[in-house]
Design a protein around this ligand. Sequence first.
Ligand SMILES: C[S@@+](CC[C@H](N)C(=O)[O-])C[C@H]1O[C@@H](n2cnc3c(N)ncnc32)[C@H](O)[C@@H]1O
Length: 176
Amino acid sequence: MQDRSTDVEYPPSEDTFFVANSIEYESGDCALDVGSGSGYLTKLLTENFRYVVGTDINFGALKNQTYKTSNLVCCSSSDALNIQFDLVVCNLPYLATEAISDVATDGGAEGFEIPKQILDSVVPRIKDHGKFIFVTSSLSNYEKLINYAQKLGLKVKILARKKLFFEELILVEAVK
Ligand SMILES: C[S@@+](CC[C@H](N)C(=O)[O-])C[C@H]1O[C@@H](n2cnc3c(N)ncnc32)[C@H](O)[C@@H]1O
């Protein structure tokens, strides 16, 4: 695999807090944070879940995490994991870009390419009736992602929208 990592983590931002607001009252046995970054969301999940795993493709970010947690795996999405989770969360890299030059933000073509890879990997890791909560944006073709999640058999709804200066954040819940 090409090493695209840097030691710089994505700092908690508007989109991070947008996901955080919706997951702070979620609880259960096992939870997964895909694209853990600073660990802000992973750490939050440890308050209400017995077992929490964070993954990130950027080893440098995991190594230097600000909000430290115990179970971190450097891999793409959930590709190296074999257990199932009640809840999976992801603050997706959703920007529509021609190439992936910053893994923290770049989603590839239509902002769909990387989110699709993440979704494909995550779906088998969600327990029956478990859910995947992710944030995407008007800067990507988010309708295509929602349609794709429905094609994979998930029941999808938009939980919330938040207008920022230059984009609208969209929080999506997909139930298996
Ligand atoms: C927008 S940042 C979110 C970071 C953190 N979860 C937050 O909410 O502040 C996206 C994160 O996903 C990671 N990432 C990008 N592509 C990934 C992939 N295919 N698998 C796992 N992590 C990925 C990036 O390295 C980055 O840390």
